[in-house]
Write a protein that binds this ligand. Sequence first.
Ligand SMILES: C[S@@+](CC[C@H](N)C(=O)[O-])C[C@H]1O[C@@H](n2cnc3c(N)ncnc32)[C@H](O)[C@@H]1O
Length: 505
Amino acid sequence: MIDLTTPLDIVRKSFNGSSCRDDRALIGQFLTPAKIARFMASLFHEDIKHVRMLDAGAGAGSLFAACVETFIARKRRPLSISIVSYENDQSILPFLKETMEHCELRCREAGITFHGEIRQEEFIAAAAVQSENRLFDDQHERFTHAILNPPYKKIHGQSTTRRLLDKTGIEVSNLYSAFVWLAARLLEPGGELVAITPRSFCNGPYFRRFRIAMLDMMSLQRIHVFESRKKAFGDDDVLQENIIYHMIKGGRKPERLILSSSDGVDFEKLRSRRVPYALVVSPSDRDSFVHLALNDADDSIMERVEVFSSSLAKLGLDVSTGRVVDFRAHEFLRSLPEDGAVPLIYPCHFESGFVKWPAESGKKPNAIVDTPDTRDLLLPSGYYVVTKRFTAKEEKRRVVAAIYDPRKIKAPFLGFENHLNYFHAKGNGLSGSMARGLALYLNSSLFDQHFRLFSGHTQVNATDLRKMRYPSREQLLRLGAHVKHQMPDQATVDTILEKEAVIEG
Ligand SMILES: C[S@@+](CC[C@H](N)C(=O)[O-])C[C@H]1O[C@@H](n2cnc3c(N)ncnc32)[C@H](O)[C@@H]1O
C-alpha cells in the first residue's frame, strides 16, 4: 500500500515541535496522528467513481491524504479524485501544499485523475456564502465526501463568525460543531461525512440544536469511542474525550448502527457491536441525546436501571442550578453566620452525604444577607438534595449528592451557590424520607455508571440529571429508610440498591 500518511506523522512531530502549543490551542490546531487518519478514511463506503472531497481545517492534510492512500489501495479504485481543502493558518500551508503534491503524484501513478485545491480562506465565511447561494441556485459545489478534524474553540457572542453563522441559521457555541454542520450541508444527497470531534455534543443543552439538525439531515452509521481520554492525541495533551463518527446524508435511519471502541489508537484490537439505532438515539427523546453503550458491562447497567422507571416529572420533582453566583452577589456574602443572613451552601459543605453548615475552613462564605435584593436567590427552608456540578479528579464518582436537613440547620431561608444543582418540589423542599432515598440513589455506583454512559464531560448539568431514570415514590421511601445520620459507605449503598432491584425485578 502506498504510504502517504506515515511521513505526515514526522511533519506533525516537527510542526508541533517548532510551534507553540498555546498558539496552536488558540486556533484549535491539533493535528491528527496517521493511525487515526487511516482509520477514519477506512470508514467511507466503497465504490464511488468520482470522488469530490472536502477537508475543512485541513492542517497539513493528513486526513485527505489518508483517504487518497485508502482509495488507491481499494480493488475498485475511483476514476477521479478531487480535493477541496480549507486552511487559514499561514504557517502550516507549506506542509499542506507538499501533501497535496504527493497525493497528485500518487494518483497519477495509479492512473487516477486528480485535482487538488487549497483555499487559504476562513471556512465558515466561505461555506456561509455557499449555503446562502444554495437558496438561489442549485449549481453550487457539492461534495461526495467530507472528512474533518475541525478546530475546537468557543465562538464568542460578538464575533464575525457568530454573525455569519446567525445568517445561515446555525446556532452553535463551538467552532467544531459549526464546521461539521456546514460540511454536512455542502454534501450531495448520499454524501458521506467522517469526523473526529469532542463527544461533548452527545448530550446536554448547548449542543441540542446541532444534534437535532445533524441527526435529522444525516443518518448516523457508526460511532467510535476512545476508551482512554488522553490516548487519541497522546503527545498533544488533548484532554477532551474524542469520538469519530460516520454519517450519510439523507436516507432512512439504519435499523442498527455500529458502536466500536479502542484503547487509544490500537485499532487492531478494536471492539465493535451492532446496536439498535433507537437505543443510541431514542425516537421519543425530544433532545436527541446520543447514548453510547459499548459493551456487555454497559448493557448490564442499562438493564439494571430498568427497574427504576420513574422520572423527576412523575415524582413531582425538578432539579435546578444553584441561583447564587457568588461574584455577582459579592456585597451580600458573609464569611460567618450573622443576624439577618441565611445559610449559603457550597460544595465545601458536603460531609458524609449531608450538608454540614457552617464550614470551618473559611475558604468560602457561609451566609448570604436576606434582603429584598437577594430574596429571589433564596429558597424556603426544607429538605433538599444537592449535587456537585464539578467533581475533583480524585473523587470516584462524578455524581456526588448530599441532603440539606432543616432539622440540622435552623434558618427560614437558604441559598445554593451556582456550583451546585438542587432537587426540589416546585421551588420547595421534599419530604425528609424522599430526600434521603433520592440522595442514596444519586450516590449509588449504578446511578453514576448510568450517568457516565451518556455524559462525556466532567460537568454534571441539571438537564442531564433531569433526563435520568429515577425510582418510584415507594422505592425512594424504602431506600430512604436506610439513611440515618449519615450516608452509608459505598458498598452498603450499592447493596441496598441491588436489593431494591431484586424486590422489583
Ligand atoms: C484540529 S486542527 C486539524 C487539522 C487537520 N485536519 C488534521 O486532522 O490534522 C484544525 C485546523 O483548522 C484550522 N482552522 C482553524 N480555524 C479555521 C477556519 N476558520 N478556517 C479554516 N481553517 C481553520 C487550524 O489552523 C488547524 O490547522
